[in-house]
Design a protein around this ligand. Structure first.
Ligand SMILES: [Zn+2]
Ligand SMILES: [Zn+2]
Length: 260
């Protein structure tokens, strides 16, 4: 099974680069559509646990244009990744054991969580904020589409971080796929605008360090806290976790009111 997944990527190594570009565009488009469909149903299922009092305003044309540009730039990053793999800068380890794949997932998850925390804090520097990050923050009441509503510089910045990490750490292809799936899942959870996690989430050992929808929704409302993405570890460590996090999580998780 793991080897079959390993073989799945092999054609990208030899096919013309123009064909590879079309494949990665199709892949990124599918991820985009799947995320929006899953997000739509998640918002419906957990609608009683809204994080904000009012629902997000109607979708605007600029959000759609930015989201489509995000898919195009993500495809460009994926294509550059294929090129770096073909020239030997990115190397893939053969998936010879489940433990190896598990280690990859943990390493990529924590390394990217830390790198993105740092990048996000840098993006909030007054000199860089208007250039790369202000666009995402214009939408302070997130919905699933907001995950993709990014300034192209920001999309390229996050993509470059990923390419650097996998150039340095030689992961298995399967480990990368599992990590990338988690990446989309966490991005989506952070932009649902409703809290899907159970009330006791913040009382569970280890689990409570995993970020929630409330955690990132709070960042959209308060730019001085909650810069992390998958975990709250770095915000706790560097003193940037919102002091209202527990209260706001409990309020969303215990809420049982449908927004207008
Ligand atoms: Zn966001
Ligand atoms: Zn931010």
């Amino acid at each position: 099974m793991v080897e079959a997944l390993d073989n799945l990527i092999q054609p990208l190594y030899t096919m013309p680069l123009e064909s590879a570009a079309l494949w990665v565009l199709a892949e990124n488009t599918l991820i985009f559509i799947a995320a929006l469909v899953i997000g739509h149903f998640a918002v419906k299922i957990f609608k009683a646990h809204a994080i904000t009092d009012l629902p997000p305003p109607p979708i605007t044309a600029i959000e759609i244009i930015l989201a489509i540009s995000c898919v195009l730039f993500n495809s460009l990053i994926t294509w550059v990744g294929v090129v770096l793999w073909r020239v030997g800068i990115i190397q893939l380890r053969p998936a010879d054991s489940i433990i190896g794949v598990f280690v990859d997932c943990v390493v990529l998850f924590l390394a990217m969580d830390f790198a993105m925390y740092v990048f996000h804090r840098v993006a909030h520097h007054p000199l860089l904020y208007p250039i790369i990050h202000d666009t995402h923050h214009r939408f302070d009441n997130p919905r699933p589409l907001t995950l993709f509503v990014l300034n192209p510089f920001e999309t390229l910045g996050f993509g470059a971080l990923w390419l650097v990490v996998i150039s340095v750490y030689h992961a298995t292809f399967v480990g990368m796929i599992v990590y990338l799936t988690l990446n989309v899942a966490f991005g989506l959870i952070g932009h649902l605008g409703v809290e899907p996690f159970p009330r006791r989430w913040l009382e569970l050992p280890v689990i409570r360090y995993i970020s929630t929808s409330t955690f990132h929704a709070e960042h959209h409302q308060d730019r001085h806290h909650n810069y992390g993405f998958y975990t709250v570890i770095w915000d706790r460590l560097f003193g940037t976790l919102s002091p209202d996090y527990i209260d706001e999580f409990q309020s969303a998780a215990h809420r049982n009111v449908i927004r207008p």
